[in-house]
Design a protein around this ligand. Structure first.
Ligand SMILES: Cc1cc2nc3c(=O)[nH]c(=O)nc-3n(C[C@H](O)[C@H](O)[C@H](O)COP(=O)(O)OP(=O)(O)OC[C@H]3O[C@@H](n4cnc5c(N)ncnc54)[C@H](O)[C@@H]3O)c2cc1C
Length: 247
C-alpha cells in the first residue's frame, strides 16, 4: 500500500462468462483486502493515456469474501471498448493494477435480511454484486428468501447463469426468474420483456415483507425504482440501489 489506500493486485485469472463478458480475478500483491458482499473497488491504470473517462473505473466485486484471498470483477469487453477496457483485457497473468477499496453501502445485511423476502433486481451486468451477496448469504443459516429477477438482452448474455441455477437447485431459499428484452417471441423458453409490475407480482410473494436491491445501468435502476415505488407502493426505505455509471 502507498499510504493513500491504494493497493497493488496482480492478475491471477481471466475467464469468459457470457457473450462479451469477462471476469478478472486478482490476488493481492501485499495484504489481503477485506470486503462485504456487494461492495465495489476502484481500479486504476496510472500510466493509461488517451481515455476520455480517465485512468480509473469502479467495479463491484463479483466474488464472495469466502472465495479466498482473491477479488474478482466482471465486466463487458467489446471490440469498440474504451482504452481502459482494452488495457484491462490485455493484462497478462501476474501483471499488476492499482486497487482502492472496498467501498459502498450496497451490501448484504444479515440483520435486515432476516425473515424477509429479499428481491434482487439485476439489469445486465448489474448481476455482479448479487453473485457475491448470493454466494455469501447462502453459506449462512439465515431464514431469508431470495428472489433474483434478472433481465438481459439475450439468453446468451445472462452472466453466471449455470452457476446461479446450480445454487438455486441446491438451496430452496433462492429462486431465480429470468427475462430477456432483445429476443423475438418464440425463440426460447425464457420470459420476454422488462422487469415490470406484473413480472414482480407474479414471482414475489409477500410484497409487504419484501426488501428490494436494484442494480444496473442508471436508467434501468431509475425505471425499476419508479415501478416498485409507484406501481407496487413500496416505501423507498425498503429499496437499496446501485447505479453502474458509465453505461
Ligand atoms: C459503484 C459502481 C459499480 C460498478 N460496477 C461495475 C461492474 O461490476 N461491472 C461493470 O462492467 N461496470 C461496472 N460499473 C461501471 C464501470 O465503472 C464503467 O463505467 C463501465 O464498465 C463502462 O466502462 P468504460 O467507460 O470503459 O466504457 P466501455 O465499457 O468501453 O463502454 C460502455 C458504453 O459507453 C460508451 N462509451 C465508451 N466511452 C465513452 C465516452 N468517452 N463517452 C461516451 N460514451 C462512451 C460505449 O459506446 C458503450 O456503450 C460500476 C460503476 C459504479 C459507479
Amino acid at each position: 500500500m502507498d499510504g493513500t489506500g491504494w493497493k497493488r493486485f496482480r492478475l491471477r485469472e481471466k475467464k469468459s462468462e457470457a457473450e462479451g463478458v469477462k471476469s478478472f480475478i486478482f490476488e493481492s500483491a501485499e495484504t489481503p483486502m477485506y470486503f462485504l458482499p456487494g461492495q465495489h473497488v476502484i481500479i486504476r491504470f496510472p500510466d493509461l493515456e488517451g481515455d476520455q473517462r480517465g485512468k480509473m473505473r469502479h467495479f463491484s466485486i463479483s466474488t464472495s469474501p469466502l472465495e479466498g484471498k482473491y477479488i474478482g470483477i466482471t465486466t463487458t469487453i467489446e471490440p469498440s471498448d474504451s482504452p481502459f477496457k482494452m488495457k484491462l483485457d490485455s493484462l497478462g497473468k501476474g501483471e499488476e493494477v492499482d486497487v482502492f477499496g472496498a467501498i459502498g453501502k450496497f451490501i448484504f445485511e444479515p440483520g435486515l435480511w432476516k425473515e424477509r423476502i429479499v428481491v434482487l433486481v439485476a439489469g445486465g451486468i448489474g448481476i455482479t454484486p448479487f453473485r457475491s451477496m448470493i454466494k455469501y448469504a447462502l453459506s449462512m443459516n439465515g431464514n431469508f428468501r431470495i428472489r433474483l429477477l434478472y433481465s438481459g438482452k439475450t439468453s446468451n448474455s445472462l452472466v453466471f447463469r449455470n452457476e446461479l441455477d446450480g445454487l438455486a437447485t441446491g438451496d430452496s431459499r433462492l429462486k431465480i426468474f429470468y427475462t430477456v428484452t432483445g429476443e423475438p417471441e418464440g425463440s426460447g423458453n425464457l420470459h420476454r420483456g422488462r422487469v415490470d409490475q406484473e413480472f414482480i407480482r407474479a414471482n414475489v410473494e409477500e410484497l409487504d415483507n419484501a426488501i428490494f436491491y436494484i442494480c444496473g445501468p442508471p436508467r434501468m435502476v431509475e425505471e425499476e425504482t419508479r415501478v416498485i415505488v409507484l406501481g407496487l407502493g413500496v416505501d423507498r426505505s425498503r429499496i437499496r440501489t446501485e447505479q453502474f455509471l458509465g453505461y
